[in-house]
Write a new protein. Structure first.
Length: 153
């Protein structure tokens, strides 16, 4: 059995800090669960361009408000408050913007290129498959590498 406390993890190498966010990585590849689990804080007023080419991610909003702009495709999935921008085949790239608030889950099941905008501080529970090793931060494309630096313990 694995048992970890978030407060202990926040004071360890499991806390990874980047320009727009910080992530406490509670489960990682080394835990051999087949996924990683993180509690991530997105700083207010930030905009993060992300494209997980190597991973699938599920994100559950615990607190805060923001939006996700999906840059690939135009399917709004029937979500009532999704906003469409641009026209398929037009000069502007077609995209959809989803409002994110507590209780919302979004799933990047197609390696979707997207922009995450935080209106307020957002606290998110994130699951990655395949799991992260530990020290990954976004590369120039907004992706995590498959072979990131591991965190011991």
């Amino acid at each position: 059995m694995i048992l970890r406390n978030i407060e202990d993890a926040e004071r360890s190498d499991r806390r990874v800090v980047a320009e727009n966010w910080e992530s406490v990585r509670l489960l990682l590849k080394g835990d051999r669960m087949g996924f990683s689990f993180h509690i991530t804080t997105i700083y207010p007023g930030t905009e993060t361009h992300i494209w997980y080419k190597n991973h699938l991610e599920s994100v559950y909003c615990i607190e805060g408000e923001g939006e996700v702009e999906v840059l690939d495709g135009t399917d709004d999935g029937g979500v009532a408050d999704a906003v469409r921008i641009g026209e398929p085949g037009g000069v502007e790239q077609a995209c959809v913007i989803y409002r994110i608030a507590p209780g919302t889950i979004y799933v990047l099941d197609k390696n979707d290129r997207h922009i995450l905008r935080a209106k307020t501080t957002m606290k998110l529970a994130c699951v990655f498959n395949p799991p992260l090793n530990g020290r990954e931060i976004h590369d120039e494309d907004g992706a995590y590498p498959l072979d990131g630096e591991e965190i011991a313990g």
